[in-house]
Design a protein around this ligand. Structure first.
Ligand SMILES: [Zn+2]
Length: 163
């Protein structure tokens, strides 16, 4: 495993639409391992492949530190309720802004063995799923921000979830 360089907002790779994964390969498994390592190293709760420069529909999420999820070709099939709160992104370090997301989503995806899975996410997990899937279509949370993108102060940093 190896750490990958996280692309920062302004990098055109973050605005591109990613391609579907057709088959799992040793290289893609290595990419997934590296994405988890890079995400944990940065104290993030999610990371999408374009954030490390790979235009494939893959994201990794772990909102609790104990529930690593791999989402390949994910599609949101149900949305329920809403939540408004501060959101951050590893591609925009030290910043956050208010974004409204569904309170609950159902996502259909493939796991790392390309088996179909149906995942339900609520609260932070729902937010992370929406945020990461947006990355696969070239979207950053700042496009949906309801207030100014503000600096995260040092005191608040422990409470921020950066995706
Ligand atoms: Zn992000």
């Amino acid at each position: 495993m190896a750490l990958r360089t996280i692309r920062i907002a302004g990098d055109p790779v973050l605005t591109r639409k990613c391609r579907e994964v057709k088959e799992m390969t040793p290289r893609l498994k290595e990419l997934i391992d590296d994405m988890f390592e890079t995400m944990y190293e940065s104290s993030g709760v999610g990371l999408a492949a374009p954030q490390v420069g790979i235009l494939k529909r893959i994201c990794v999420i772990d909102t609790t530190g104990e529930n690593p999820l791999v989402l390949i070709n994910p599609v949101i099939t149900e949305r329920e309720g809403e939540q408004t709160g501060d959101e951050g992104c590893l591609s925009l370090p030290g910043k956050a802004a208010q974004v409204t997301r569904p309170m609950k989503v159902v996502v259909e995806a493939l796991d790392r063995d390309m088996n179909p899975v149906v995942l339900t996410g609520e609260e932070l997990l729902a937010r992370a799923m929406c945020h990461e899937i947006d990355h696969l279509d070239g979207h950053m949370y700042t496009e949906f921000a309801e207030g100014p993108v503000h600096d995260v102060t040092y005191e608040d940093e422990d409470e921020e979830e950066e995706e």
